[in-house]
Structure formats: structure tokens, C-alpha cells
Design a protein around this ligand. Structure first.
Ligand code: MN
Length: 434
């Protein structure tokens, strides 16, 4: 019912809002001007303050438990409650905010204390990130990057059997809007035999879906594929900033290290699985000749509805564009349907050996490129390894990012007959190296 198309909100800016109509209701952590961070819900151009809403007695029962858990300065306790509490809160929020709500006058009387303008608030990381894992499930990205190194054999033999990933760095996961400093590191310049130390010259973004883990598991106990969905608390956008020159020198034999541990940017709003329910798809059939997933990764229901139809966009705003008052330019438009593995398969595989997942753990999907150049989710792919610069509309060119460039990720779900919902933005401006 919370997804029904005919439900409008008495908060007028929500109706037809590109990201946050009544059907979305994502949670995040924000601070109203001069006040401490607390949980809130994005609705149109406003944020419903869960702390104020709890104090005003707007919730009852399981929804009240969930709202209280989400009203502190992080959502970890809320994530730990799991699906039933989350759904109770979502249903209660939808009833409070729907046009003609019984609580409408009471809520209006609370004014900006309950519903401050989003533009007056600062947004924070939604959770304390316990551990961060980045996967590699975008098969077109894996193919494109593999081709740069191994033209005849781009995908390594494990790719279609294992959801590949690496353990990333939780401490440098930051919220949208946080500036990112160009990292220093070791690189092996072309034609040289000894490495150099200095600022990365091949700094890149990666367009990814972020997955917030809800209820965890005990060490030694795997999460079964058919239960994996229940361990996902929500979704965000994720930019896995990558220093390609550092990566190329350091990645063998253990994978990415400093090339990716200096910054990972996430969007502030956690889009609930229930808001994405109308935008689920069957996992695309594997091409003829591809192996079937092993039994621990195969579930009928997951195959029938475990994929998502979410448009993903990456835009660039250069310093020159900003100075001239120009709009950001789209560099790529892709979709989550290019995931070779489902989110449930990522969760099941991560835990199958006994690894403990905890509320607030974060997964990245891996770069979600499509097959066409206009769908490539990194500059490494768009410029064919830096060999073919992109020419922007204002005449500037890029092979990799320059200081002052701002990378902006957006996401949108559309389906005929339903209001579109979005994720809000995931942005970060690149500062010069120290
Ligand atoms: Mn990545």
C-alpha cells in the first residue's frame, strides 16, 4: 500500500518530487541548524525529524520501537531490528504523511521543528560503518577492464563462479559532499623500471550501488541464500574513488590497497528494500555456455526477483563549468540490471565461510557499466585506459579527473503507472594533493 501510485502527501513538495515522493521514504542522519545529528526521513524538500516525532508521540507499537532506534545519531540500532520493524515504521510514516492523514493538523502545528527544510540541514553518514566490502559484479566493467590487460582473455576463470570482491576500508567511507584529497602513492610510470612517489595522475570514479547490511549473523554461521534478502537494510549510491596508476603497480598479488583506501563516498539516504519492491526484476538469464551458480548461490525466488531496475547516472562538474555557472554534464547512464550476481548472492557468498556480518556493514556492487560506451561507469573504461580523451561540451577534455572536478552520482527508478523514486545525490569534489 505504501507504494500505491494514487497516494499523495500533504507535504506538497513531495508530490512529483524527482527523488523523495511519499512512495520512497528513505532514512538518513541529519542535523538541523545548530543541533545534534539525529535520524530523519526525506519527504519532498523536507526532512521528518524522527526525534521530534517520537517526542510528540506520533508512533505506536513496533513502529515506535523502530522510530526510536532510528532517532539517534546513527541507524545501526535500527538496521539491527530487521525487516518487520522497518516495514512497520514505513507503513506508519506513509499514514502520517499521506494526504488527509489524521495526524496532519497536529504535525503541521509542530512546524519546522518536525519538518525542517532539507536545504537548512546538514546530512551525515547514515551509519557507523563496521566493515566495507567492494564486489565486482558488473560484468561489463570486469570485461572492459580485463580487456585493457588481457585482450584475448578478459574475464579470469573464477568470475562466473565466484562473486569476486575485496575487503575495503571502512574508516574512509564518507558522506556525499565531503571533499576528496588527491592521494599520494607509488606508481610505475610507463617505460620506467623503478617506481615513483607522488600524487596519482590517473584518478578515477566508479559508479556503484551501495548495500547497507541490517541484521547480521554469528561468526561461523552462514546466511543462506533464501534468507539473504532479510539481512539487507537498504541501498545507496557509492563512488569507489580509484587511483588507477597506484592500482596498476600495487594490485598483484593481493588486490587493491592504497589505490582505493583514501576515500569512498556514499549518498546520505538509505532507500529501503520495500521502496524498491516495484522495481525488482528477474535476474537476467546467463548467456548460453555460462556455468550455473553453485547450489549455495542459487535460489528460485532470488532468480525470479533478485535483480533491480535502477537507472544510474554519473555527471561531471569541472571547476571551469562551476565558474561559468554551467550545469553538470552527464558522462554515463547505466543500470543495476548489469549485475552478473544478485545482492542475495553477494550476502550468501560473503558469509558462507563463516564471516560475521553486522548491522551497518557496507557493500559496494562494483562498477555497474553497461555494454555501450555511453554506459561506462568509470573513466578507465570511457577513455579506454586513458588513450581516448573525452571532450566535454565546453571544450575541456579529460582522460582522468583533474583537481576541482566534482563527480556526481544519481539514481532513479521508473515504472509505468508508478511515481518515480530516486536516491538523492552522491557528490564529491577533488582537492589537489598535499
Ligand atoms: Mn569498485
Amino acid at each position: 500500500m505504501s507504494n500505491a501510485a494514487n497516494r499523495n502527501s500533504w507535504i506538497v513538495s513531495a508530490n512529483g518530487h524527482a527523488d523523495f515522493p511519499l512512495q520512497n521514504l528513505p532514512l538518513g542522519i541529519f542535523s538541523p541548524q545548530g543541533q545534534a545529528p539525529r535520524g530523519g526521513v526525506a519527504i519532498g524538500e523536507r526532512i521528518l525529524d524522527l526525534k521530534v516525532a517520537c517526542e510528540a508521540g506520533l508512533f505506536e507499537g513496533e513502529a515506535k520501537t523502530a522510530a526510536e532506534a532510528a532517532s539517534g545519531d546513527n541507524l545501526n540500532a535500527f538496521f539491527a531490528l530487521g525487516g518487520p520493524a522497518r516495514r512497520a515504521l514505513r507503513a506508519a510514516l506513509s499514514e502520517l504523511l499521506v494526504e488527509g492523514s489524521a495526524a496532519q493538523e497536529r504535525m503541521k502545528a509542530l512546524g519546522k521543528a518536525l519538518l525542517p527544510s532539507m536545504y537548512d540541514c546538514q546530512l551525515h553518514l547514515p551509519a557507523r560503518v563496521g566493515d566495507y566490502t567492494d564486489f565486482y559484479v558488473g560484468i561489463h566493467h570486469a570485461n572492459n577492464v580485463g580487456k585493457l590487460f588481457r585482450p584475448d582473455n578478459p574475464l579470469l576463470p573464477n568470475y562466473k563462479h565466484v562473486p569476486i570482491g575485496y575487503h575495503g576500508r571502512a574508516s574512509t567511507v564518507c558522506v556525499s559532499g565531503t571533499p576528496v584529497r588527491r592521494p599520494l602513492g607509488q606508481t610505475l610510470p610507463p617505460g620506467q623500471e623503478a617506481p615513483s612517489f607522488g600524487p596519482s595522475k590517473r584518478l578515477d570514479y566508479e559508479l556503484e550501488l551501495g548495500i547497507w547490511i541490517g541484521q547480521g549473523n554469528e561468526m561461523g554461521e552462514a546466511i543462506a541464500i533464501d534468507a539473504a534478502g532479510a539481512h539487507v537494510a537498504g541501498f545507496c549510491l557509492l563512488n569507489d574513488w580509484s587511483a588507477r596508476d597506484v592500482q596498476a603497480w600495487e594490485y598483484q598479488p593481493l588486490g587493491p590497497f592504497l589505490a582505493k583506501n583514501f576515500a569512498t563516498t556514499v549518498s546520505p539516504w538509505v532507500v529501503m528494500p520495500e521502496a524498491l519492491a516495484p522495481f525488482r526484476l528477474a535476474q537476467p538469464a546467463r548467456p548460453a555456455g555460462d556455468p550455473q551458480p553453485l547450489p549455495y548461490l542459487l535460489d528460485e525466488q532470488d532468480q525470479a526477483s533478485g535483480a533491480f531496475d535502477i537507472e544510474l547516472e554519473v555527471l561531471l562538474l569541472t571547476a571551469a563549468m562551476r565558474e561559468q555557472g554551467q550545469e553538470p554534464q552527464r558522462l554515463a547512464l547505466s543500470n543495476t540490471r548489469h549485475m552478473y550476481w544478485t545482492v542475495a548472492q553477494m550476502v550468501a557468498h560473503h558469509s558462507v565461510g563463516g564471516c560475521k556480518l553486522q548491522p551497518g556493514d557496507l557493500f559496494g556492487s562494483g562498477t555497474l557499466s553497461g555494454p555501450e560506451p555511453s554506459q561506462f561507469g568509470s573513466l578507465l573504461e570511457s577513455t579506454f585506459g586513458g588513450k581516448q580523451p573525452l571532450t566535454l561540451a565546453n571544450g575541456e577534455t579529460r582522460t582522468f579527473l583533474e583537481d576541482g572536478d566534482e563527480v556526481i552520482l544519481r539514481a532513479r527508478c521508473r515504472r509505468e503507472g508508478l511515481p518515480a523514486i530516486g536516491f538523492g545525490e552522491c557528490r564529491g569534489v577533488l582537492l589537489p594533493a598535499r
